[in-house]
Design a protein around this ligand. Structure first.
Ligand SMILES: Nc1ncnc2c1ncn2[C@@H]1O[C@H](COP(=O)(O)OP(=O)(O)OP(=O)(O)O)[C@@H](O)[C@H]1O
Ligand SMILES: [Mg+2]
Length: 309
């Protein structure tokens, strides 16, 4: 499908699965349009989407590109094609003044006309100040505006799957307003190495193989820690390395162009205590593979059982 924003999405490392889900949604919309022209029935046709996934899996990045794709394909009505992308958090909207939060939400929908209103951690709205049921009123306003402006504003809500579920249960009209869910899986270590290389190239840096090996070790270690932020953690580690690289290169009298660009293992060296030994890494990988094999065996048993029945 030749669309600039979609191609950009597909070119991001580790985003292939997301791009395929989005393409399916777009195809569904195209066919629904043709079916409607023939007077055939269609399922829920709202443009609003749910994004589930852990922090740093690219939800905000993808939401922006999908908004562009939807308006350039004419799925989203836009008067001036400036594709606004409005991101809101609970803290931007709430207010201690009665009625103010609803007004804030209305303003944000206005700003988002022709583009995307991205509600991060939508779950936070349920909490609200119970005293004047501010949360409930804001959600009711969102539900109403999602319907009134359904052709012009694409609402994308993002968060962990279980929290999204609770949010959708908080108002009876909410769940049916969304047509599709796109899941953003955690990045694998090889995906994150590619993401790191892309981030470095984008900033005119490079990494040698030793650096990439050390980075892989570090990511294996970080991956299981609480609060791991996928691509965001990659970005943070790279920023740290770029700082260390500057300190190292500042000591050279005449650094070459290559010196100025190349990150090497020593730029991660101070993080040696983070590293896992190779043996531990292999043990961990084996454990993951054994679990995966067990899943396959179970699936096999289940499917054999159902064919017998
Ligand atoms: N596939 C990718 N390729 C390159 N960079 C990426 C990719 N995914 C995410 N990033 C970068 O990682 C950072 C975090 O991504 P983003 O903000 O889109 O994640 P998120 O899922 O919205 O996170 P959160 O849930 O914490 O809001 C950004 O700097 C983004 O540019
Ligand atoms: Mg985000």
């Amino acid at each position: 499908m030749s669309n600039k924003a979609l191609m950009e999405l597909g070119a991001l490392p580790g985003m292939m699965a997301v791009k395929m889900q989005v393409e399916q949604i777009i195809q569904l919309k195209k066919i629904a349009k043709l079916r409607a022209q023939q007077g055939l029935k269609n399922q829920n046709q709202s443009n609003h989407l749910i994004f589930t996934g852990s922090p740093g899996t690219g939800k905000t990045t993808a939401a922006r590109l999908i908004g562009e794709a939807f308006s350039s394909l004419g799925i989203l009505k836009s008067e001036d094609y400036n594709n606004p992308f409005i991101e809101i958090h609970h803290a931007d909207i709430t207010s201690s003044l009665v009625g103010e939060a609803e007004r804030n939400i209305k303003d944000k929908f206005e700003e988002a006309r022709g583009g995307v209103l991205f509600i991060d951690e939508a779950y936070a709205f349920i909490g609200g100040e119970k005293s004047h049921k501010s949360g409930e009123k804001v959600i009711a306003t969102i539900v109403q505006l999602m319907e009134d402006l359904r052709e012009e504003v694409m609402v994308i809500i993002a968060g962990y799957a279980n929290e999204i579920d609770e949010f959708l249960d908080s108002n009876p009209g909410l769940r049916s307003r969304f047509s599709n869910t796109v899941h953003f899986p955690d990045y694998s270590v090889p995906d994150m190495l590619q993401i790191a290389q892309k981030m470095l190239t984008d900033q005119d840096y490079q990494a040698d193989n030793e650096y990439l090996g050390a980075l892989a070790n570090r990511l294996w270690f970080e991956k299981d820690k609480k609060g791991f932020g996928n691509a965001r953690t990659v970005r943070n580690i790279l920023e740290e390395s770029i700082r260390m690289h500057s300190v190292r290169i500042a000591q050279m009298e005449y650094p070459s162009r290559e010196d100025l660009m190349l990150l090497t293992k020593v730029d991660l060296e101070s993080n040696r205590h983070h590293m896992l030994s190779e043996k531990e890494i292999l043990q961990k990988a084996m454990k993951q593979m054994q679990t995966r094999l067990l899943e396959f065996e179970l699936q096999d048993i289940i499917s054999r059982k159902s064919t017998v029945e």
